[in-house]
Design a protein around this ligand. Structure first.
Ligand code: SF4
Length: 501
């Protein structure tokens, strides 16, 4: 289940369109997966390959070879996740929910908390991850545009880790009415590569027009201009971290909504390594700490954060790896504690060291084998021995299994993730006047407002709908169902064994 073999099996057995049993195949690819493929291609090429070029080549493969009807990246879904996430943080800040808010996009972390630290669940953001927002967009928003019900679409995602398969199979993401999941099958980056190998597709070969910007979505193009009815805002590389920029986007929202943004100063502090850093927003004149957040990646750091959150919030920490502090109750505040002791407001938690670019489903480095065995089985570097191999004699690069978490390789994937994109497509403003200077994020905000209004069937409001717009009660309740989820503590067998009779 949930493998590249399942995808092939589905596609081979999917009856063609006139059949009432045909399901429209759609595939959505995470930007970290594109970065992994780009790093792999760039390491064996003199020209670096951009995410946009990889997306074009993968799109042609998925459409022309596999038969997918639509191919997307998941960054617009992430944009919506970030908007909803900021809204949820504001709600908690105003007293409706617990702080600090902890990121929820990493199923490795969420599953760990559900099994080991049930006391952390009220702190975990209820906003759906980009994968699951994409599931909602494909099955409900795009599906409605295509005249399809959710069960008439087969949605595959390509993700950097295996834990995303668990996330997609959660009960909350199962549509009872149509007996279908928002994401039907998750494959890893490595499994996508296997699919390409199976079909003999060479991703290093450019495809026609791979550097030509895509057309804007129909809804945002001025009347009469070329547009793509199925387009989404594409490759939105949110500044911050390659694991989703949750913390950075929250900081940007807080600064931009402050009465006088110029009075706020952001400082950063490395706690242990680049995987555990603190970010503090301080009022320049009063010295008051307005916001304190942290980025915390990898299980070891995560355990420290669980302890800190438990201590600051006065919550008894469960008997997991952080169990040594079990029994601590009530917040202990030192007399005269300085502003810098203020607890966190938010933590961007990710289970993998270095975050999603280093997920367990990503590609491993590919290097040419230098030591080739001779006829007697002895290793020899022929070129170093002065033997010149002709083009047809030189052996293709062979994968060397590098251990997971190879730092040099992770840095290359990170660099590929941030590599400069081609100029974003000119994005006309909603009033139809050409400007060419609308940022891709303004364009995505505009589009997200339309998605929100139409998906929630909101009653008309004055002015245009933005993500922060307060909608009527029925629409707000639909927003909750569409873009939020919930968590449950899982009874651990280990804890059961510890019970004294
Ligand atoms: S941090 Fe690792 S486990 Fe978590 S979502 Fe990213 S790749 Fe998956």
């Amino acid at each position: 289940m949930q493998s590249h073999a399942e995808v092939l099996n589905f596609l081979e057995n999917n009856p063609p369109p006139p059949s009432c049993h045909h399901r429209l195949p759609v595939i959505s690819i995470a930007p970290q997966s594109l970065a992994s493929l780009a790093a792999s291609l760039s390491s064996s090429s003199s020209q670096p390959v951009s995410l946009s070029q990889v997306l074009r080549r993968v799109s042609v493969f998925c459409r022309d070879v596999l038969g997918f009807a639509h191919v997307y990246d998941t960054t617009f879904a992430r944009h919506i996740s970030l908007l909803e996430h900021a809204k949820e943080f504001a709600e908690r800040k105003s007293g409706n929910g617990k702080l600090p808010m902890l990121a929820s996009a990493c199923p490795g972390w969420v599953c760990y908390a559900e099994k080991t630290h049930g006391e952390m669940l009220p702190f975990i953001s209820q906003t759906k991850s980009p994968q699951q927002v994409m599931g909602t967009l494909v099955k409900e928003w795009l599906g409605a545009k295509w005249g399809k019900t959710p069960d008439q679409i087969y949605h595959v995602t390509v993700m950097p880790c295996y834990d995303k398969k668990l996330e997609a199979s959660r009960q909350d993401f199962y549509n009872e009415a149509y007996a279908t999941r928002d994401v039907d099958c998750v494959i890893t980056t490595g499994e996508l590569q296997l699919l390409m190998q199976d079909k003999g597709w060479d991703l290093s070969i450019p495809v026609p027009d791979e550097n030509v910007p895509r057309l804007p979505p129909l809804e945002l193009a001025p009347a009469g201009d070329a547009a793509d009815p199925d387009a989404f805002p594409e490759l939105l590389m949110h500044p911050g971290t390659s694991s989703g920029s949750y913390l950075q986007s929250l900081i940007s929202t807080i600064v931009s909504s402050a009465p006088d943004p110029g009075t706020l100063e952001l400082t950063t502090k490395t706690v242990r390594s680049a995987d555990y850093e603190e970010f503090t927003l301080t009022h320049r004149e009063t010295g008051q700490v307005v916001f304190r957040g942290a980025k915390c990646y990898g299980f070891r750091n995560l355990q420290n954060v669980v302890r800190k959150v438990g201590r600051d919030a006065g919550v008894q920490v469960g008997r997991g790896a952080a169990g040594r502090l079990a029994g601590v109750r009530g917040k202990v505040v030192r007399k005269g504690a300085a502003q810098e002791d203020k607890g966190y407001d938010y933590v961007e938690v990710m289970a993998c060291p270095s975050g999603c670019v280093n997920g367990g489903g990503q590609l491993r480095p590919v290097q040419a084998e230098k030591q080739l065995a001779d006829a007697e089985g002895f290793s020899r570097d022929w070129q170093e021995s002065g033997v010149s191999l002709g083009a047809e004699e030189s052996l293709p690069a062979a994968p060397i299994s590098a251990k997971w978490g190879d730092r040099e390789w992770t840095k290359k994937v990170e660099a590929a993730y941030w590599r400069t994109l081609p100029t974003p497509p000119p994005t006309p403003p909603a009033d139809g006047k050409p400007s060419g200077s609308v940022s891709p994020f303004e364009y995505a905000d505009e589009y997200a407002g339309r998605v929100l209004r139409e998906m929630t069937k909101a009653a008309p409001v004055e002015g245009k709908v933005e993500w922060t717009t307060k909608l009527d009660d029925a629409a707000e309740s639909r927003r909750q169902r569409l873009f939020r989820t919930q968590y449950r503590a899982v009874e651990s067998e280990v804890v059961g064994l510890a019970v004294k009779w």
